[in-house]
Design a protein around this ligand. Sequence first.
Ligand code: PLP
Length: 393
Amino acid sequence: MRQQVSGSLMHKVERMMDDDRTPAIATSSCVPSAAEISAVAAVLRSGLLRQGPSVERLEREFCARFGARHAVACASGTAALHLAYQSLLCAGDEVLVPALTFVATASMAIAAQAVPVACDVDADTWLIDLRDAERRITPRTRAIAPVHLFGNCCDRAAIERFARRHGLAVVWDAAQAHGARWRGQDVAAWSPLVCFSFYATKNLFTGEGGMVCTDDAALAAALRSRRSHGQDADGRWQELGFNYRLGDVPAALGLAQLSRFDAMAERRQRNADRLRRGLAGIPGIRCQTITIGCEPAWHRFCVTVDEDALGVDRDGLAAHLAARNIATSVHYPRGIHQEPFFVRRFGCTSLPVSERIGARILALPVHHDLGDEDIDRIISEVRRCHRSECGRR
Ligand SMILES: Cc1ncc(COP(=O)(O)O)c(C=O)c1O
């Protein structure tokens, strides 16, 4: 869990998780397999720790597995977004971003001297709402950065139609969507730029790490150069660049993990299906609506909690689950437009759907190391919370 959980709730959850009456169910699992540990150890023994052959192989095999034409590995999903924005945008350009997302979708636009414009999200899919986005178009709007939130992918055709109509570039934030597909098309193969994160809790993890995919060879070359200080093949510094390289040690972990990616994805899918079936009909619990045509990646399984119908609010349900050793987390408690940095910079905006979801959302565990019995325990505790009205004040 990162800072998305409010401080007091986080403490309460951690205190309650110390209670060991029942096995703990965590929100994510990032335990490397024995094969992954051996692969990492082999690179450590080789002494080749910097960006090298393992990074090149990870890029090739990522393309082969996820259908991308070019893949450029980098230090994080945040670095991936910065590189992507920097390759398309000029100072003062505006980028439409959904309000309900991780901060980097917006903050990296600022890092590229552009201006993120927060848009509201759809009340059901929780993805960028194009009707709201349309109202925020100005003569300076140059791009849109849709986020495949929690692994639920956007309707590609609708976004591309919108982008064409308004002359915008698209930067897809797929940090949470490894392996997600829409109408059979893997999100890594979309164009022109798709950004992934390999952060420790992600569906494919290297601890820290990221990848930018593109179908454009010239863009791929520019991204490679900027990932390493903007240097060209002759060793000259041609552009503003950074040290956003990935090392061979995390790359070896990612490579080894690719071979169990399908098994992990299937387990997430099975867990999500079971959660959806089991939670259906519990008053006050609403699941994310999956985009028509999408095969989601189930990075997170989030619900919204209606206090009047469940008898307890989001924090009350989280505390009830924590007392039974079931961890939860809040992604995201506020829209980015409500974060102090954005309020100070861009002033106050009202995005009611994002704000309503942020106040009610809770992520339940869905990860690849959970079995049917864990999922059944989560479902029965949510149901019990309703029946006992555990938090009724
Ligand atoms: C939607 C989204 N975008 C971008 C990022 C940034 O990725 P990283 O943490 O690897 O920098 C994340 C990571 O949490 C994310 O969830």
